[in-house]
Design a protein around this ligand. Structure first.
Ligand SMILES: *Cc1c(COP(=O)(O)O)cnc(C)c1O
Length: 386
């Protein structure tokens, strides 16, 4: 591959060569568990598909390339990728994490790793002094999610990298919402980038997969050891689907961002809408940080219809016809969700309201349909509330 390609070319060519066997342009789906050996140990680079598979390897190289890293690792899901990072730690080690994390991440931390002796401190990471105060002698890892779900808070990755370095800890960033098209955490000082490839990287709501990308080869080796030893690898078919998705990431993201802006501005100007959460607005509390570390502002938006109660928000999402009511995000089709009854239903009402997840909050993953159709759908759903 030619060196120094720009991002929009790397999504298509990054880390990829035509297949060695017949020159197939798209890496073939090597749907095999094992590989023939000429004599014991004499193989062509692959022995067993948990340890390594050519289709997964092609994806791992593409991931490293688009995140400006040196090593990529593909997992069975985003949570499996996170699980591998946490297995770098030992009992007694501490993690300082964003307080409004993705619910599944919070569950993995508190229900799986806390009982094994890892300690977690959750802080609002817009407050740098609070993060610094939470870091102790045993802090080994800072876990950052930005923008956050569903309140779209933005965390300053450069500032977190400086705090991590000072404490001798690693910085991991969940880059699922932003994607490397909008933000490249390794360039901003992070040690590990994590993805739920289920979302924008796959982009078509047809696969569950996860990813890690790092630069340091020692760290890559430890993670590879865990990936192989624990075994939550991305299968060949799923690797192929994510690779295929990545090839159009830049085109999709460009349209996602255009539609995201159109929908966010429409909602902000609507008399029946009380508040809109989107980092592209100049009055978003961390707009400056977003503008300094992101290329554009994405298509994840949360909002609250004026005076709406729990039942109104439910009625709103039920009445949408172009937006589909569903969990997840980042696909070409627009999705709507009601966090209070869906993603955040397991969090006590008082707890979730503290972080802004009130009964009336609605979250949108704006897709790449025609923006006029999306806005007409929202308009009809808002009208039937009033
Ligand atoms: C979906 C998601 C995850 C978990 O990924 P899975 O692929 O569902 O395991 C983690 N973080 C964020 C921000 C997510 O949206």
């Amino acid at each position: 591959m030619k060196k120094d390609l720009k991002f929009n070319s790397l999504t298509i060519h990054g880390g990829q060569e035509p297949d060695k066997a017949y020159g197939a342009v798209m890496p073939p789906i090597y749907q095999t568990s094992t590989f023939a050996q000429k004599s014991p140990g004499a193989h062509q680079g692959y022995e067993y598909s948990r340890s390594g598979n050519p289709t997964r390897h092609a994806l791992e190289q593409a991931l490293a390339s688009i995140e400006k890293g040196a090593h990529g690792l593909a997992f069975a899901s985003g949570l499996a990728a996170m699980d591998a990072v946490l297995k770098l730690l030992k009992p007694g080690d501490e993690v300082v994490a964003t307080n409004d994390l993705y619910g599944g991440s919070y569950r993995l931390f508190t229900k799986v790793f806390e009982p094994l002796g890892i300690r977690f401190r959750f802080v609002g990471m817009r407050d740098l002094a609070a993060v610094e105060a939470a870091i102790g002698e045993r802090t080994r890892l800072l876990w950052v999610e930005t923008p956050t779900n569903p309140m779209m808070n933005v965390v300053d990755i450069r500032a977190m990298a400086a705090l991590a370095r000072k404490a001798g800890a690693m910085l991991a960033v969940d880059n699922t919402f932003a994607t490397p098209y909008l933000q490249q955490p390794l360039e901003l000082g992070a040690d590990i980038v994590m993805h739920s490839a289920t979302k924008y990287l796959g982009g078509h709501s047809d696969v569950v997969a996860g990813a890690l990308v790092v630069r340091d080869s020692g760290l890559a080796e430890r993670l590879y050891f865990i990936q192989n030893a624990s075994g939550a690898v991305c299968g060949p078919m799923d690797s192929y689907l994510v690779l295929r998705g990545i090839k159009t990431l830049h085109v999709r993201m460009q349209r996602h961002c255009e539609n995201g802006r159109a929908v966010a501005e429409y909602l902000r100007d609507h008399p029946m809408v009380e508040a809109v959460y989107w980092p592209g607005f100049a009055d978003h509390p961390n707009h400056d940080v977003a503008a300094s570390q992101m290329r554009d502002f994405g298509a994840m938006i949360s909002f609250r219809p004026k005076g709406a109660r729990y039942e109104d928000a439910v009625r709103f999402v039920e009445s949408l016809e172009v937006f589909t009511l569903a969990e997840s995000l980042g696909g070409v089709e627009s999705l709507a969700g009601h966090p209070a009854s869906m993603t955040h239903a397991s969090i006590p009402k008082e707890e979730r309201e503290k972080s802004g997840v009130t009964d009336a909050l609605i979250r949108l993953s704006v897709g790449i349909e025609d923006a006029a159709d999306l806005i007409a759908d929202l308009e009809a759903a808002l009208r039937q509330l009033g």
